[in-house]
Structures are given as structure tokens and as C-alpha cells.
Write a protein that binds this ligand. Structure first.
Ligand code: ZN
Length: 430
């Protein structure tokens, strides 16, 4: 196939792609037959990796704005319970397109709400990813503790253990290809699932070579709930169930103490850091500098738009830097290059991938071109991208194929999709 050369970027120079892979970076001499695209003055990065999202939550933006996590959940569960499969598909299309325009080429969607047991919501999300052109880590979420069992969600959005396991197997058989769509087994959180579900989920995932994901150590309230129910802190509860291991990454990880951070590092379990969501819900400061110093894989997550209010990933780099510095009260707690690392290679490590998240020969050609003509006075291009004004991409490639050209998601009327989604969201509240 023809080699495509992006030529003249301010950072990191030229980037050449062929047969879905990056083949050269820096100064790339011209070869006969090259297709050349000038990107003079732009900044080029690897596609960003979003390690934790809930695409369906787009439909409940701007609600429960003064609540903490438990208050927010109890306000929104009855509304989310009205979602149908077409809503989930519509939210996933818009959400993935917005992520793509913010540089995200790989997203992990943690969907744990299955109204009336209809698990075609997972098919709808996978189909949306194929339509939009992003890579998707399809986290088959689940809950089996409804209100009548002392859980927070209404009974009709939770499932029983056998149904969850059978569906997870079906979704894996249908969608898991290990590259464009990667299935992950993802019970929701220690306070919404039973220990049996956690144990059986881990056994299934390991029998199929899938990774595991769940929310953990997000709030002090969750910690108190675990102590009351199990007499142990959240990480210890999961450790006992075989869930603290190198094939697991946890969403949030705000309240890990030093010994828990050492335990995560010992086994290589990762953390999806969601700084805007943590700030919005007043969850606390994730101890990102300590996690990184210990060698824990850390990536960034948007989390759902209902707790972030934006569905963009590039902005999480700056928020991660601000949160780390505020939490540690140190100006060097997280540098812009560290923030870019979290959004790329760090996220890829959480997802267990070494084929994405870097601009290096041999990596998959997931490549983002950022317009940077307003940043020419900022000496360092990475500082400019992380700290500068919010921006949208100019071009995006996934597996070397264009998916965004001149700021437009190809093959999609995003305006019409947004209008349709707004109509669907208003219905939920009527
Ligand atoms: Zn979440």
C-alpha cells in the first residue's frame, strides 16, 4: 500500500504510515510513490486512549449538579432505567465522535446498566464504534445488587449472575477481535455487585484471556460501605477475590493508601484517573504522583459525561496536571509531558496494549494532527498542547485510515446526531 507521510509538523517532525502501522518518525526522506500531506506547524501525537467512560451518560448532562457520588447515582438511576437500545446507540455515536474530535482513538466504555435484561445494548455500542471509526474496549459491565438487596439501583436494571455470565460469553464470542473491539469483563463496583459476581467474572475473564475492570476507591463513602459490609477496605475486598492482578485496571483509585499503592505496583494493576469527574463529584484528589512513582500503570478517563459535563479527552490532560499539583501541593507533581504520557502510553498500559499509545515505528497508525497556529509563541509544543486553550483535532487516522479530515468526522452528520440525541435525552426527563 502507498506510504502516507505527514510532513512538516512542529512536533515531532514527519510521520510516515503504511499498511496500518507507523513506519518512520522525525525526518523522513522522500521515497518514490509517497503520498504527502503537509501539516506545517501542527502538533502530531499518538491517538489518545480513554481508559474509562460511560457513553450512555451523555443523556443526563447537567443533572444532580450539587451531589456527591451516591446522591448523584440515586438521582440518575431511575432516569437511566428508561434508556432503550436505540438511545444507547445514539449516545455512543455522538460520544465516540466527540471523543474522536478531542483526539481519542481508543475508548473503554464501561456499560453496566441493562434495562429489562436486554443485552443488545452492547451490540449497539460496538456497532457505533465501527460506524464512527474508533477503537473500542467494550467493558461488559454488570450489577446484581438491586434496591431489594440493599443496593442503590432499581431492581429492574440489575441482572442475575447466570444471565450476566451467559451474556458476557455471547458478547465476547460476537465482538472480541483483540484489536478494534476488545471485550473486558467489568462488574460495576464493590457496592453494586455481589462477591460471587466478582469471583465468577474473574474466572470467566481468565478462561478467555480478557482483562478485568471495575470502579474502586472512588469516594470515602465507598470505603465506609466496604468496611461496614466486609470489615475491609475496598482493595482488600477485591484482593481476596483474586481481583488485584496485572490483568486488572481500576477506575478512579482516589483513596489508595501507601500500602495499597505498593500492592498495585507489585502486581501491575492499573488505575484509570478521571480528574474532572473526581472534581465535579468532590471525590478527592487521586494520588497520581505517588502511583506513578511506585510504577503503577496510570491512564486518563473522561468518565461519563454526566459526571464530567464534557466528553473530551484532551482537556483531561490539563485537569490531571492541575489536580496532581493541587493534591500534592508541589508544582512539579505532574509535568505536561507526564500528562501526555498518561493520555497515551499510560492508558495503553492500563488496557494491556503495547501496540497503541506511542508514535514509534511498528505501532499501529493511530495518529492525531492538532492545529497549533495559535501556539507558536509557546516554546515547548507539548506544554502548549497540554496547558493551552482547548482544541479540536484537524485530522485523525486509525490503523492508518482517515477518520477525521479538516475537523469533520467522516461518514457522519454529527449535527443531526446531536439533535436526535438531545430529543432522546429530553424524553427521559418528561
Ligand atoms: Zn465511572
Amino acid at each position: 500500500m502507498t506510504r502516507l507521510v505527514l510532513r512538516g509538523a512542529r512536533h515531532p517532525g514527519d510521520v510516515a504510515m503504511q499498511d496500518g502501522r507507523i513506519v518512520a518518525v522525525g525526518e523522513v526522506p522522500e521515497e518514490p510513490g509517497d503520498e504527502v500531506r503537509r501539516v506545517d506547524g501542527d502538533i502530531v501525537t499518538a491517538g489518545l486512549v480513554n481508559t474509562h467512560h460511560h457513553l450512555y451518560q451523555w443523556m443526563t448532562r447537567g443533572r444532580a449538579v450539587g451531589c456527591d457520588l451516591f446522591g448523584w447515582l440515586t438521582t440518575l438511576y431511575p432516569v437511566w432505567a428508561k434508556l432503550d437500545v436505540a438511545d444507547v446507540h445514539a449516545a455512543a455515536r455522538v460520544g465516540l465522535a466527540e471523543l474522536l474530535l478531542s483526539g481519542c482513538t481508543t475508548a473503554a466504555d464501561h456499560h453496566y446498566l441493562v434495562p429489562h435484561g436486554d443485552d443488545s445494548v452492547f451490540d449497539a455500542t460496538a456497532e457505533a464504534a465501527l460506524e464512527v471509526g474508533t477503537r473500542l474496549h467494550l467493558a461488559r459491565g454488570s450489577m446484581d445488587l438491586g434496591a431489594s438487596d440493599g443496593g442503590l439501583p432499581p431492581d429492574h436494571v440489575v441482572e442475575d449472575l447466570d444471565a450476566i455470565l451467559a451474556s458476557t460469553e455471547r458478547v465476547t464470542d460476537r465482538w472480541h477481535d483483540g484489536s478494534r473491539i476488545v471485550v473486558t469483563v467489568a462488574p460495576c463496583s464493590p457496592f453494586s455487585v455481589s462477591p460471587e459476581l466478582l469471583r465468577e467474572s474473574a474466572a470467566f475473564a481468565r478462561s478467555r484471556g480478557l482483562r478485568l475492570h471495575t470502579h474502586l476507591a472512588e469516594t470515602r463513602e465507598e470505603e465506609a460501605d466496604c468496611l461496614a459490609r466486609f470489615g475491609k477496605r475496598p482493595l482488600a475486598v477485591l484482593d481476596e477475590l483474586g481481583w488485584v492482578a496485572g490483568d486488572v485496571w481500576f477506575a478512579h483509585g482516589v483513596h489508595f493508601d501507601d500500602a495499597e499503592i505498593a500492592r498495585l505496583a507489585e502486581v501491575g494493576a492499573g488505575v484509570a484517573h478521571c480528574p474532572s469527574s473526581n472534581a465535579r463529584l468532590a471525590a478527592g484528589f487521586c494520588r497520581t504522583p505517588q502511583l506513578l512513582a511506585a510504577g503503577v500503570p496510570v491512564g486518563l478517563g473522561v468518565d461519563g459525561v454526566a459526571s464530567n459535563e464534557q466528553g473530551t479527552l484532551v482537556t483531561e490532560m490539563r485537569q490531571a496536571l492541575f489536580s496532581a499539583r493541587q493534591g500534592a501541593e508541589r508544582p512539579d507533581a505532574l509535568m505536561p509531558a507526564d500528562a501526555l504520557h498518561l493520555a497515551t502510553a499510560g492508558g495503553a498500559a492500563c488496557l494491556g496494549r503495547d501496540d497503541i499509545g506511542t508514535l514509534s515505528p511498528g505501532a499501529r497508525a493511530d495518529v492525531v494532527v492538532w492545529p497549533a497556529d495559535d501556539l507558536t509563541d509557546v516554546p515547548d509544543p507539548v506544554d502548549a498542547l497540554v496547558l493551552g486553550p482547548d482544541r479540536r483535532v484537524r485530522h485523525v487516522y486509525v490503523d492508518g485510515q482517515p477518520v477525521v479530515e479538516d475537523g469533520q468526522v467522516l461518514g457522519m452528520d454529527l449535527h443531526a446526531a446531536r439533535v436526535d440525541l438531545g430529543r432522546r435525552a429530553r424524553r427521559l426527563w418528561s
